[in-house]
Design a protein around this ligand. Structure first.
Ligand code: NI
Length: 156
């Protein structure tokens, strides 16, 4: 198995807010990030695909195709956008780096044909990044309800 990573950068703004929380809880949990006017980040995205090297081409993936998919599915959608207001995933989901990485995974994974998506890494700053791998439950869909259900059943 060979792993190949392509890097890209995009800039976007966001703010953190959970409408289910009272204002003071939003302020406590999210601090400055709760300002509804938003603030920007220069994100770095790393997309890693894996597969066998095609003996005819020597490639694990068609690089041109990977670049096109990343541009069309991710960069065109996120770059220079206010994530909360312009990107559908974040109309209801808090645009943390975690959720951003999951959203990028979900956008890319069905589009990749020749190689398999292995990892999506998103840097919010040079010191902070999130990794998403496909084989795990990403945990973003109503996980509070599921967690409570499992605890009630005594399985958690
Ligand atoms: Ni931020």
């Amino acid at each position: 198995m060979v792993y190949l990573t392509r890097k890209a950068e995009f800039s976007a703004s966001h703010y953190y807010h959970n409408p289910a929380f009272p204002p003071e809880e939003n302020a406590r949990l999210f601090g400055k990030c709760n300002n509804p006017n938003g603030h920007g980040h220069n994100y770095t995205l790393e997309v890693t695909v894996k597969g066998a090297v095609d003996p005819r081409s020597g490639f694990v993936v068609d690089l041109k195709q990977l670049k096109e998919i990343m541009s069309r599915e991710v960069l065109d959608v996120l770059d220079h956008r206010f994530l909360n207001k312009e990107v559908p995933e974040f109309f209801t989901l808090i645009p943390t780096t975690e959720n951003l990485a999951i959203a990028i995974w979900k956008r890319l994974e069905p589009k990749l044909k020749s190689a398999q998506l292995h990892r999506v890494r998103v840097y919010e700053t040079p010191d902070l990044f999130v990794d998403v791998f496909g084989e795990e439950d990403h945990g973003e869909d109503d996980h509070r309800v599921d967690d409570q259900g499992e605890e009630a059943d005594g399985k958690a």
